[in-house]
Design a binder for this molecule. Structure first.
Ligand SMILES: [Ca+2]
Ligand SMILES: [Ca+2]
Length: 141
């Protein structure tokens, strides 16, 4: 296993662990915690990863969610002062249900990319979505 693969595995494991932590909106509201942003309605969120995805010095977030066997990834751009803008950056090449997401520079170009794990039956696939640097991502070929 290369260093990049090891780093990817560590990041993916961290994202999977974090994705299992959470509470329902009503539980959060009871505790006085309010959401900072909403992902446009598309199924169930299964993971979130943070990193400066657009190089502006502010941490952004990637959110993976699925509905049926479709997985979509959203970028929450940090606009500062607690404000975020959420856009869909694309769909994971269709194969099963997403279970986690992580970020890391997988191709060494200095921009954080997205790693998404998804499963179908007993198979799990890992997808790398390369950061184009303009708010869009492309599947690694
Ligand atoms: Ca940023
Ligand atoms: Ca990169």
């Amino acid at each position: 296993m290369t260093i990049k693969q090891t780093l990817g595995a560590i990041l993916l494991t961290s994202a999977l662990a974090l994705s299992s932590v959470g509470c329902s909106k009503s539980e959060g509201e009871k505790a006085g915690v309010k959401p900072v942003a909403s992902v446009p309605a598309y199924g169930t969120a299964v993971g979130i990863a943070s990193g400066d995805m657009n190089g502006d010095g502010r941490l952004d977030a990637l959110v993976a969610s699925y509905k049926g066997s479709d997985t979509h990834i959203y970028l929450m751009k940090n606009k500062g002062y607690g404000r975020y803008s959420t856009t869909k950056i694309g769909a994971v090449p269709a194969y099963g249900t997403a279970v986690g997401i992580a970020s890391g520079d997988m191709n060494g170009d200095g921009r954080l990319d997205a790693l998404v794990a998804s499963y179908k039956g007993s198979d799990t696939d890992i997808y790398v979505l390369l950061n184009n640097g303009d708010g869009t991502f492309s599947p690694q070929k």
